[in-house]
Design a protein around this ligand. Structure first.
Ligand SMILES: C=CC1=C(C)c2cc3[nH]c(cc4nc(cc5[nH]c(cc1n2)c(C)c5CCC(=O)O)C(CCC(=O)O)=C4C)c(C)c3C=C
Ligand SMILES: [Fe+2]
Ligand SMILES: [Fe+2]
Length: 342
C-alpha cells in the first residue's frame, strides 16, 4: 500500500529576512484568531500596532541566525522529512508550514493529486496549544472542505508524555548532560494565561496556573493545559535522565505584548540563576522539535548575553531533537499508531 501519506506540520518562517517578508509572515501569523484570540477589529488594531516596529526587529534577529539554505526551522524540518521517509513505507512524506511556505493547502492538494487516499497529519508540537496544534488541524480541515479533497485524515495527538519522545530527548541531551553543569533550565515557549484559562474553566475553574509542578493535575485538565503538559515533560525528562531536584527547573520564553503570560519567565530565571551562583547553565527547549529563531537567537544569543551580564559564565544551548536518529524512529513509531480522526 503506497496511498497513505505522512504530513509533517510545523509553524513556518518568513520567506526571507527582508523586512517586508517578515511583516507579511507576522501579519499572517498574528491575524490567526487561534494566536491573537481577540474579535477581528481589535485583533486587526493590535496586530497593526505590533507591525509598526516588530518586523524590523524580527528581521534583524532572523538575519543573525539565517543559513545560506534558508530558515533553520525549514531546513531542519526538511532534513527530518528526508530522514523519516525510509521509516514510512506506506506512501509519500510531505512537509507543510502553518504560515508561509510550503503551505498546508499546497501539500494536501499535491498529495490528493498523487492519488493518496489517507493522510496522517503530524503537528510537530509535543505539547498542545490552540495557537499551534488546533490551528494546524483547522487549516487542514478548511482545505479539505473547500477543495473537496477525498482524503481520510488521522492526527498525531500531542506526545508530551510519550516514552519514545522522552527517551529521544534524553538521548539527544546526554552528551551535554555528561559534560557537567551547574543547572539545567528547560525553557518552553510561553503562552498568554488567558489561552489556558478558557480551556480549563469548565473542567476546573480553580486550576492553578502558578503551580510549581504537575502533581495532582487530573487527566482532563492535563489534556488541555499547555503549562501542565510542559511541566509533565520536564518532570518525566528529569526522572529518565537521573537528575536530582534542584538540578533543573522550568521556565517559559518568547512573551509578546502586554498580556500576562505563563510564568516563570525565562528572562527572569536567567538573572535569578546567575545571581544564585550558577556558572555553567544548560538550556533545553523541549517545546520545539527543531531549532529556530526562538532557540538559536532568543536563547543561544540574547539569553546567553543576559546570563553572562548577570554574572553567569557560560550558557550552553542543547540542540533540539532535529534529526537525531532516535527521534526519527520515535516519531515514525508515534505516527504509525495515530488513529485520532481529523
Ligand atoms: C512551540 C510552540 C509554540 C507556541 C505555543 C507558540 C505560541 C505563540 N507564539 C507567538 C508569537 C511568535 N512566535 C514566533 C516564533 C515561533 N513560535 C514557535 C512555536 C510556538 N509558538 C516557533 C517554532 C517559532 C519559530 C519560527 C521561526 O521561523 O523560526 C514569532 C516570530 C518570531 C518573532 O518575531 O519573535 C512570534 C511573533 C504567540 C503570540 C503565541 C501564542 C499566543
Ligand atoms: Fe511562537
Ligand atoms: Fe496546568
Amino acid at each position: 500500500m503506497t496511498d497513505h501519506a505522512l504530513l509533517l506540520v510545523n509553524l513556518g518562517s518568513p520567506a526571507s529576512t527582508k523586512v517586508e517578508d517578515v511583516r507579511s509572515y507576522l501579519n499572517q501569523f498574528l491575524m490567526d484568531p487561534y494566536v491573537v484570540d481577540l474579535p477581528w477589529p481589535l485583533r486587526r488594531l493590535l496586530v497593526s500596532l505590533i507591525l509598526i516596529k516588530r518586523p524590523a526587529q524580527s528581521a534583524h534577529a532572523y538575519s543573525s541566525i539565517w543559513w545560506p539554505e534558508g530558515s533553520p526551522l525549514i531546513v531542519l524540518s526538511r532534513e527530518l522529512q528526508d530522514a523519516i521517509a525510509p521509516h514510512w513505507p506506506h506512501g509519500p512524506v510531505e512537509l507543510a508550514m502553518r504560515y508561509g511556505q510550503p503551505s498546508i493547502e499546497g501539500a494536501l492538494r499535491k498529495l490528493a493529486a498523487q492519488g493518496v487516499k489517507r493522510v496522517t497529519l503530524a503537528p510537530l508540537y509535543p505539547q498542545f496549544a490552540d495557537s499551534t496544534t488546533t490551528t494546524a488541524i483547522e487549516e487542514a480541515r478548511r482545505v479539505i472542505r473547500e477543495q473537496g479533497l477525498k482524503l481520510e485524515v488521522s492526527v498525531l495527538p500531542p506526545f508530551f508524555a510519550e516514552a519514545d519522545y522522552l527517551d529521544a530527548l534524553v538521548a539527544s541531551a546526554k552528551p551535554y548532560l555528561d559534560q557537567g553543569f551547574d543547572h539545567l533550565l528547560l525553557s518552553f515557549h510561553g503562552l498568554p494565561e488567558r489561552h489556558i484559562r478558557k480551556l480549563v474553566k469548565d473542567i476546573d475553574p480553580q486550576h492553578d496556573l502558578r503551580a510549581p509542578d504537575s502533581r495532582g493535575v487530573s487527566d482532563e485538565v492535563l489534556a488541555v493545559c499547555y503549562r501542565s503538559q510542559c511541566q509533565r515533560t520536564a518532570e518525566a525528562f528529569a526522572e529518565r535522565a537521573g537528575l536530582q531536584p534542584g538540578q533543573w527547573s522550568v521556565s517559559f520564553q518568547s512573551r509578546l505584548g502586554k498580556d500576562k503570560w505563563i510564568e516563570p519567565y525565562t528572562e527572569t530565571r536567567l538573572d535569578e540563576l546567575a545571581k544564585q551562583g550558577v556558572k555553567k547553565l544548560l538550556v533545553m527547549c523541549p517545546a520545539f522539535v527543531a531549532d529556530c529563531i526562538e532557540t538559536l537567537e532568543e536563547i543561544g544569543q540574547r539569553g546567553s548575553e543576559q546570563f553572562q551580564e548577570a554574572g553567569g559564565q557560560e550558557l550552553v544551548l542543547v540542540p533540539c531533537l532535529n534529526s537525531h536518529p532516535q527521534w526519527v524512529s520515535a516519531l515514525a513509531r508515534l505516527c504509525e499508531t495515530a488513529v485520532r480522526p481529523l
